[in-house]
Design a protein around this ligand. Structure first.
Ligand code: ADP
Ligand code: MG
Ligand code: MG
Length: 930
């Protein structure tokens, strides 16, 4: 599961004589059980388990996932599946004393998809299947409620039409809305039986027109068609997309559940609802959920009427409430995890329709895990697997104050949690308005940019906004990706919110919001809340976070370091538990205002003498940076990479220069002034200088121009071309180390040479570093311990690792560049091909999740060969992958000594590393539950 490319087959080809395709449940007994998620899917396994436990579950049967895989392979199911389905159906009819869609008491069923992992994005459930012109009348008579019967039938035609016959939803909505208008009805429920009968007639015409066939009257045909539609839905775009972002195999397939209907819409003693055994946002132990009286299935989630808090049920139907509470408490004990359940009450009788381990926020996951250990429900070892490492990010971003959130103010909780954190601000509808309203300095106003979706043209608005809300787009939409990069809160794809950018209005739940209205976003759960809520700041020393990590830590075998370039980041990293710096990028030290001029002078230098002069100015700055880092890290390893330069980033753009040269003769005084501002650093102190300086800069920029800077004068190539640069950096490092050691601070220096491909390169740079070290130690009369090693980021380096290890005392795998050079993908351009490639060629973005087969194999080879030469060779990773859980697991497996990642990912990496260590010990494969 944790691999980047598609595996050919995880499907067993050997089968017994007749496969059991259909599993029955009902009357207190089920063929399957809760462990059979592979076969029955999560929903089917839950229904079987609840039936076996004697809970009130409407009976039915599950067609297992194997049938779906057959369907995908052959475009149809084996006859055996049809035979077993019919058999199970007769059993169900027998048990219920009813016939599917026939007689004066017709059996109606729901057809529900259900894969191993819960997957929004798959087929919608079809309710009331079995209704046709005849059984509709029978139901009307029997229930003594024609309105209910006609409404059920029109819902079936609508759902069946949409999900099975693939007729667009609006085709039905138009008919329905027109009828409401005609009858002057406000709510759906205002339409009477007669009106609904007219709607049915119209709906049938819609079906005929779009599907070129009649709505199937034969209930058995309905069932087969619905079943096959569920199988097909496994491969719809939404489902594929969801699997990709959640790392779920495409080969699993879904099960189909066929279950006798129960009706929550039979009057005032009926109802339907959903709930959790604990609060999924906070983790507090409280009964949590909502319900609607006189409603069916989807009504609760569809937001047509506002649901009521589940505790209110206690007042309305105390007996049912107690039973529900008792059942769900038992379910939680049984599954030893927080449950998310669905129920329906039919005329005072409670039915359970679903239970599963509930999704929760990171904070809730941690709290629940801890409390369950304290309650004796799970062990500490199990507890550390109850939290997804990525969820720890929740602790590092601000969040809304839960105490202030009133359920009636929640405008939606179905937005996508696209970028975690909280944002509170006033609504604006365009990027320009955002810039205008956000203000700056002391007059800063928090604004929330609300859009249908964002595009690159909105960037300026996104930058100033406190948070972003979009009504369309998924977890990888523009808004989602950009805000995650900015570390800014975003709720995306909130479908219940309608945004009209022209009238500058946002509509949700029948309320209208205008520019300037306050809203609050929770990017961790996808909620949008009315009003100006308080936020709570991040707390890396949160006692619960600390506790769960303290349980996890003993299992961790691999170190965790952080990537940090400046003391401030290093302090942060240590607070999060980093055990060293895995990568200090020295070029980042030169972007500061007071340094750029010297860096530019160094780059502009015509010869070694000029270059040395510039380097001399940089030396004390570098030295003081390193001193700062050493002090913060006090004896922990600090891995410093010598300059790996995107030199062009320090110079003006070639095109800009050419334009400026062209307009210079006609430039106004104002334009000249601005040019002096731009080129002052290159010696243009007055307008008269511009004529001389600009061409000079341009010619140097042209000299340095590379067609492919990523493969140009990078890494050690720079230090080999201009050894004086490496010399200066080595001097700064060792002078700093000696200086702080004299103060009593300990140091552990690792000098890292980047982008090495050959032993000779390594020897060249190591010789410079060691010579300078000796000089400094001699001058200062003090030695410090240090290592010289390399970053492995080229395939060649991995292949000749045994050679390179003769000189290198440590390796750090730079997997960003290694991925780039292995795949031949440009990191900065991959987004052009990625959408296409993720459609089936690649399983994941290899820059996000380490590609184990290719890049990972090079890592494995590099480690093996390196350690052949130098058995104690220290090995780590310093790419973005160092903080990604599945990649961390891989690093653990191949025997690295440490991973390094950005400070904010350190807690995630620590937990991921502990899980990797523990799963080995517990012999649990992968360990994680989805
Ligand atoms: P999802 O996975 O989208 O929740 P479900 O299959 O659980 O889909 O069903 C959608 C809605 O229909 C839920 O509210 C569920 O409780 C309800 N439902 C499903 N089957 C039945 C049934 N047999 N009787 C009454 N309601 C049902
Ligand atoms: Mg459900
Ligand atoms: Mg690199």
């Amino acid at each position: 599961m944790a691999t980047t490319t598609l595996s050919e087959t995880e499907i067993a080809t050997q089968k017994p004589q007749t496969t059991k395709y259909v599993y029955f449940f009902g009357d207190g007994r089920a063929d399957g059980n809760g462990k059979m998620k592979d076969e029955l899917g999560g929903k089917g396994a839950g229904l079987a388990e609840m039936t076996n436990a004697g809970l009130p579950v409407p009976p039915g049967f599950t067609i297992q996932t194997d049938a779906c895989r057959e369907y995908m392979r052959h475009g149809g199911v084996p006859q055996e599946v049809d035979r077993q389905t019919e058999e199970a159906l007769s059993r169900l009819e027998h048990l219920q004393h009813q016939k599917l869609g026939k007689g004066d008491n017709p059996l109606l069923v729901s057809v529900r998809s259900g894969a191993k992992f819960s997957m929004p994005g798959m087929m919608d459930t079809i309710l009331n299947l079995g209704l046709n012109d005849e059984s509709m009348e029978a139901l009307a008579k029997r229930s003594n409620n024609p309105r209910f019967a006609y409404d059920s039938y029109r819902r079936l035609i609508q759902m069946f039409g949409n999900v099975v016959l693939e007729i667009p939803k609006p085709a039905f909505d138009e008919v329905f809305d027109a009828k409401k208008k005609q009858k002057k009805a406000k709510l759906d429920t205002d339409l009477d039986a007669k009106a609904l009968k007219e709607v049915i007639a119209e709906y049938k015409k819609v079906v005929k027109k779009h599907a070129k066939r009649d709505f199937p009257q034969d209930p058995h045909e309905q069932l087969v068609m619905a079943r096959d539609a569920v199988f097909r839905s496994w491969n719809n775009d939404r489902a594929k997309h969801y699997r990709r972002i959640n790392n779920i195999s495409d080969d699993l397939g879904t099960a189909v559940n066929v279950q006798a209907m129960v009706f929550g819409n039979l009057g005032e003693t009926s109802g339907t609802g959903v709930g959790f055994t604990r609060n999924p946002a906070t983790g507090n132990k409280e009964f949590y959920g909502e319900f609607l009286m006189n409603a069916q299935g989807e009504d609760v989630v569809a937001g047509i009427r506002t649901p009521i808090h589940i505790r209110e049920l206690e007042k309305i139907m105390p007996g049912v409430y107690r039973q529900l509470h008792e059942i769900t408490t038992r379910l939680e004990k049984h599954y030893r995890d927080m449950q998310d359940f669905e129920f329906t009450i039919q005329e005072g009788k409670l039915y359970m329709l679903q239970t599963r381990n509930g999704k929760r926020t990171g904070r809730a996951a941690v709290r629940i895990a801890i409390q369950m250990v304290e309650e004796g429900l799970i062990t500490k070892e199990e507890a550390i697997f109850r939290v997804e490492p990525n969820q720890l990010y929740d602790f590092l971003v601000p969040r809304l104050d839960e105490k202030e959130i009133k359920p009636e103010n929640i405008l939606t909780d179905k937005g996508l949690p696209a970028s975690p954190g909280a944002a509170v601000g006033q609504i604006v509808f365009t990027a320009n308005d955002a810039v205008e309203k956000a203000g700056h300095g002391a007059k800063k106003n928090p604004v929330i940019l609300v859009r249908a979706e964002t595009t690159p043209e909105d960037i300026h608005g996104m930058e100033v906004a406190a948070g972003i809300l979009t009504s369309r787009g998924g977890m990888t939409s523009h808004a989602a990706v950009v805000t995650r990069g900015m570390g800014k809160c975003c709720v995306a794809g909130a479908g219940e919110v309608q945004v009209n950018e022209h009238t500058r209005e946002m509509r949700v739940k029948g309320q209208v919001f205008k520019e300037g209205d306050w809203i609050s976003l929770d990017g961790t759960t996808g909620r949008v809340i009315k009003g100006k809520l308080k936020t709570v700041e991040a707390s890396p020393d949160d006692p619960e976070l600390t506790k769960i990590l303290s349980w996890a830590e003993p299992f961790r075998k691999i170190g965790v370091r952080a990537n940090a370039d400046i003391p401030r980041d290093a302090i942060q990293a240590r607070a999060f538990g980093a055990e060293g710096i895995g990568l200090c990028r020295t070029e980042h030290m030169f972007f500061a205002e007071d340094r750029i001029p010297h860096m530019q002078a160094m780059i502009m230098a015509r010869d070694e003498k000029e270059r040395r002069a510039a380097l001399k100015k940089l030396l004390p700055m570098q030295r003081s940076d390193f001193e700062g880092l050493f002090r913060v890290m006090d004896g922990l390893p600090v891995t410093i990479r010598t300059l790996d330069p995107p030199l062009h980033e320090f110079l003006p753009k070639r095109e800009d220069l050419m334009v400026d040269i062209a307009i210079l003769p006609y430039a106004t005084a104002k334009q000249k002034k601005s040019m002096i501002g731009k080129y002052g650093r290159f010696g243009a102190k007055s307008a008269a200088d511009l004529k001389k300086v600009l061409p000079k800069v341009l010619s140097r920029v042209e000299e340095l121009h590379e067609f492919n800077p990523m493969l140009g004068l990078r890494g050690c190539r720079l230090g080999i071309t201009y050894p004086e640069i490496t010399e200066m950096q080595a001097r700064a490092i060792f002078e700093a180390a000696v200086a702080v050691e004299k103060e009593g601070v300990k140091t552990h220096v690792e000098v890292m040479i980047p982008l090495v491909a050959t032993l000779k390169e390594m020897q060249h740079q190591a010789a410079v570093v060691r010579r300078v070290a000796d000089e400094v130690f001699e001058e200062k009369g003090k030695k410090v311990h240090y290592l010289v090693g390399t970053m492995i980021e080229l395939p060649r380096a991995a292949l000749v690792a045994d050679e390179i290890a003769k000189e290198a005392e440590f390796f750090s795998f730079g997997t960003n560049d290694l991925t780039q050079t292995t795949f031949g993908f440009s990191r900065d351009d991959i987004n052009k091909v990625l959408p296409t490639y993720l459609g089936g060629i690649l399983k994941q973005d290899p820059f996000a999740v380490l590609d184990r087969e290719g890049v990972g194999e090079l890592v494995r080879i590099g480690i093996e060969r390196g350690r052949k030469t130098r058995p104690k060779l220290e090995v780590g990773i310093c790419g973005e992958h160092g903080g990604e859980p599945s990649s961390v697991e891989f690093c653990h497996q191949v025997g690295m000594d440490y991973v390094a990642c950005s400070p904010f990912r350190v807690p995630t990496a620590r937990l991921a590393a502990a899980q990797a260590g523990a799963s080995e010990k517990l012999k649990v494969e992968g360990g994680r539950t989805k």
